[in-house]
Design a protein. Sequence first.
Length: 154
Amino acid sequence: MKLAAVLAVLAAPLAFAVVTPQVIAGYLDRINATYENEGDIFFLIQEDETTGERYAIFYIAVDAEVEACFMAGPTPGLVPASGPGRTDALELMAELNSTYPFIKFEADPSTGEIMCTYTFSTENGLGFEAFTAMISVIFNSIEDTADQFIALRQ
């Protein structure tokens, strides 16, 4: 009986809170992000200083039911519908996917837009530091690879 009580006390800290949209909103508020929220989906927003136009620069989707989160940021890359540029873009994506272990580059088949994505489990919760680290990994990866994607367009 004593062993069961000790195990229960030891296991208590292992219980983690479910990651909800409210948790993500709280984290985004802590980093002073400008965002729009549509249920379980968040769009980080940037405003063009010249025109005042606002546009999404990052996407976060949280699914509490399956305990997962998906983040995506656009790159300056585009996969052409056909031709040698298509092969070049797909080869670059494959090379980058093997170089960057935490993220992946994928293209939207309907638009050719190349996104940098990160999908992770929230089964054991999600700390603020881990959340901000993941966002940094994506933004840094996009910045590190931007010149390669821009070169494809020339």
